[in-house]
Ligand binder design. Structure first.
Ligand SMILES: *Cc1c(COP(=O)(O)O)cnc(C)c1O
Length: 384
């Protein structure tokens, strides 16, 4: 058994991705082109959406969607505070105001009852996060969105392969934004994807990601007729490169294995916690919502004893070569969102959920032996 440090996460990339990237590079076409298009089609097919639009990240995906929906200054968008800060930032990028709502304490997904209390005449949209790949309970949120005429946008950064009521995220009728950052389920280095069930909106998103150009580079390249493009509005450069598209296609082929191995590791953690009294007393296992299937993008344990010092525990684990991370952050307590001129927000459920959770190493190549080292180090650190 090795004594090498165990990282919190590691993407699974191999010869197939390297060969695909090489082929794209040597083809002479490296920006958004045929491989991005093929990746979009494969992604849309896999996740049950009529359209998929590739972009440079999940953050730019969310911003592009808010912009395309016409959300602007004076509008409010309800988001969970307990999320990666990009969920709130994209609202600010659009010029609107993020309104923070509470999450469900076991699964860290938006609490519909709390969302309902925060709807005002200025509310235009909800961003529902499938946090750490746990499906949010979409039905009551969709019902609220319909009743109040709000757009429902899914932040599915961690949810490539998440299922809600038996169907994948991407197939539920709303707009979903996915991430290909190396910490997520599949990676293209960086990158994002929007799935969409409104074809006119999809066409608009496709234009806006490339300067709102009326004819794409690829279409002009393939055309035997001269075509002059026009720019009907101000757009963005949020393109994915064809090198990334080529890598993404290979990653999609690996998806069944990636999801199966993550689930296996999650089940091994849960069994170890249940079986070892020192762990069972201190840790609550990652909880999977009853309404769907999680991806286990992170393995998030709950610290059950209030007196347990989380940072000391993380340090004790790091001293044994085991990398962990604090639970998912809250945005409303970061300087970016709690400037003196902003109203103070109190979100006790989110604060508790964020402060009393810990992320353990989980990634498809983590061997059973190395996971056992994590478990043994936890038992040792918690025994003291
Ligand atoms: C990672 C993450 C993002 C940002 O994704 P990028 O592709 O890095 O922009 C947004 N939201 C959530 C919930 C995330 O976990």
């Amino acid at each position: 058994m090795s004594n090498d440090p165990i990282p919190i996460a590691r993407p699974l990339l191999g010869e197939e991705e390297a060969a695909a990237a090489r082929e794209a590079i040597l083809s002479g076409w490296v920006t958004q082109g045929p491989r991005v298009q093929a990746f979009e089609q494969a992604f849309a097919g896999r996740f049950g959406a009529p359209d998929a639009i590739a972009v440079s990240s999940c953050t730019t995906a969310l911003h592009l969607v808010l912009h395309a929906l016409g959300i602007h200054a004076g509008d409010e968008v309800i988001v969970p505070s307990m999320s990666f800060i990009a969920t709130a930032n994209c609202v600010v990028h659009a010029g609107a105001t993020p309104v923070f709502a509470e999450v469900e304490p076991r699964y860290f997904t938006l609490d519909a009852a709390d969302v309902a209390r925060r709807i005002t005449p200025c509310t235009r949209a909800l961003i529902v996060v499938h946090q750490v790949g746990n499906p949010a309970d979409l039905a009551p949120l969709q019902e609220l969105a319909t009743r109040h005429r709000l757009h429902l946008i899914e932040d599915a950064a961690c949810a490539i392969g998440t299922e809600y009521r038996g169907r994948p995220i991407g197939s539920h009728g709303s707009i979903a934004c996915f991430s290909f950052h190396p910490r997520k389920i599949i990676t293209t280095g960086d990158g994002g994807m929007i799935t969409c069930h409104d074809h006119d909106l999809a066409i608009r998103l496709r234009g806006l990601r490339q300067h709102a150009m009326s004819v794409s580079d690829l279409a002009r390249h393939r055309s035997s007729r001269v075509s002059i493009e026009v720019y009907p509005e101000v757009g963005f450069n949020y393109r994915m490169t064809d090198i990334q598209g080529a890598v993404g296609l290979q990653q999609l082929l690996r998806l069944p294995h990636l999801l199966a191995r993550r689930r296996e590791l999650a089940e091994r953690y849960a069994r170890a916690i249940a079986a070892m009294p020192v762990l069972a007393r201190e840790l609550g296992p990652h909880a999977e919502p009853p309404w769907g299937r999680a991806t286990f993008q992170s393995y998030c344990v709950h610290l059950l004893r209030p007196e347990r010092d989380r940072e000391a525990l993380m340090q004790a684990l790091l001293d044994r070569g085991i990398h962990t991370r604090r639970g998912i952050m809250t945005s409303h307590r970061e300087a970016a969102y709690c400037a003196p001129d902003r109203p103070t927000v109190s979100l006790p459920v989110s604060e508790q959920a964020s402060d009393r959770t810990l992320l353990l190493p989980i990634f498809p190549q983590l061997s059973d032996g190395d996971q056992d080292r994590v478990i043994a180090a936890l038992a040792e650190a918690l025994a003291s």
